[in-house]
Design a protein around this ligand. Structure first.
Ligand code: MG
Length: 371
């Protein structure tokens, strides 16, 4: 058998970006006005470059801009420089084992490695990972405001071509949350799918009460995401068992092991996979495979990320049959686009470029731009 020459990682570098949002993004956990992230670039010895993004979501993954840069520049980059891209499983194993937690930092580095790997194979990343579909449809999040404004926003998004809307609840009193959902259902019409995300904002009893009320009023909610605290798996199961509306685990599932517990105990009907929680595509694929084996479909979602991170997440989502729901509206909330190449939006439809890897050709950051 011929011996394939190694393709070594020559350099791993980071740059910061900050992009203002068109409208503040409010959830039960936080309010975001500017999308910030660390952009990771992996350069191979032949000059090929791969990209990744890590947003600092302190209230979700515990990471900050400084901690992400620290994890990448002092732990991951020194250990991975010189590693052979043709032995990717060894690299992914190192990323996983070199530092506990720090899932977004890991995801950014791992995504950039996958980008290089797919370019090496001459395939768009989603095809390297499996290749199930080349187009997906995202929902759009209605920002939390007074019910009337949310209703108007919802009607506009439907006109713009979005057929699924996501509503954030759990931050204020339940009566106002219900009023918001009613108003959105009224303004958006009966054909629109509505998903609700409580971001851990309720107790199990509050969640059961709220969801039963939505069911009784015929508000026709597609699913409710993470009704209770991430650690409260018993509460999550209690809600799942008590209502007809499908319940989705988000913050409760970071790792494949978390997914195992939720799947084993049947605590949720669906799982929301995010690369930034899982620590990258390799772990995301494992979670999805476990869920599929248990008959549980997955959504692929994201943090507030630019088209760098979302392009990677879309490649993952498009590669897997069992990922059936998509929450990738974050780049549409940004005032400017810092990326050339990558995924494209037409209303709610996302298309993936045919180029090998992620298909990203340039990223603008605080220090200038990079190719
Ligand atoms: Mg969520």
């Amino acid at each position: 058998m011929g011996k394939e020459a190694a393709m070594k990682i020559a350099e791993i570098t980071t740059n910061r970006i900050a992009v203002p949002l068109k409208k503040p993004f409010k959830t039960a956990l936080r309010t975001v006005r500017t999308a910030e992230a660390v952009i990771v670039k992996v350069t191979a010895e032949n000059g090929m470059t791969g990209w990744g993004e890590a947003p600092p979501t302190a209230v979700i993954t515990g990471e900050t801009l400084d901690s992400i840069e620290g994890a990448v520049n002092t732990i991951l980059a020194p250990a991975l420089t010189g590693c052979n891209l043709r032995m990717a499983e060894a690299i992914f194993h190192d990323i996983d084992k070199l530092i506990v937690g720090n899932t977004s930092a890991k995801a950014a580095v791992e995504t950039a490695v996958y980008d290089c790997l797919a370019q090496l194979c001459g395939l768009p990343l989603y095809q390297l990972l499996g290749g199930y579909r080349r187009e997906i449809e995202t929902d759009f999040t209605v920002s939390v405001n007074d019910p009337e404004e949310m209703g108007k926003d919802a009607a506009r998004y439907v006109k713009d071509g979005f057929r699924t809307l996501k509503i954030k609840v759990g931050k204020n009193d339940m009566a106002t949350d219900l009023e918001r959902i009613r108003e959105i259902r009224k303004q958006a019409g009966g054909a629109v799918r509505i998903r609700v995300d409580a971001n851990q904002g309720w107790t199990a009893k509050q969640a059961v009460k709220a969801i039963r009320k939505m069911e009784d009023e015929g508000l026709s909610i597609e699913l409710v995401e993470q009704p209770v605290h991430r650690c409260d798996l018993e509460g999550l199961k209690q809600v799942t068992d008590a209502v007809d509306t499908p319940i989705m685990a988000d913050e409760s599932v970071f790792t494949p092991r978390d997914a195992f517990h939720v799947l084993k105990t049947r605590s949720a009907d669906l799982i929301n996979i995010k690369l930034m929680k899982a620590g990258g595509i390799r772990q995301a694929l494992k979670i999805n495979a476990m869920a599929e084996a248990c008959g549980v479909e997955c959504m692929a979602g994201s943090m507030i990320e630019t088209r760098v991170g979302i392009t990677a997440a879309v490649h993952f989502a498009a590669s897997q049959k069992n990922v059936t729901k998509f929450d990738f509206d974050a780049p549409l909330m940004l005032k400017k686009d810092i990326v050339e190449g990558g995924i494209r939006y037409h209303g709610g439809t996302i298309t993936i470029p045919d180029a090998p890897g992620l298909g990203i050709t340039k990223v603008c950051h605080e220090g200038g731009e990079d190719k």
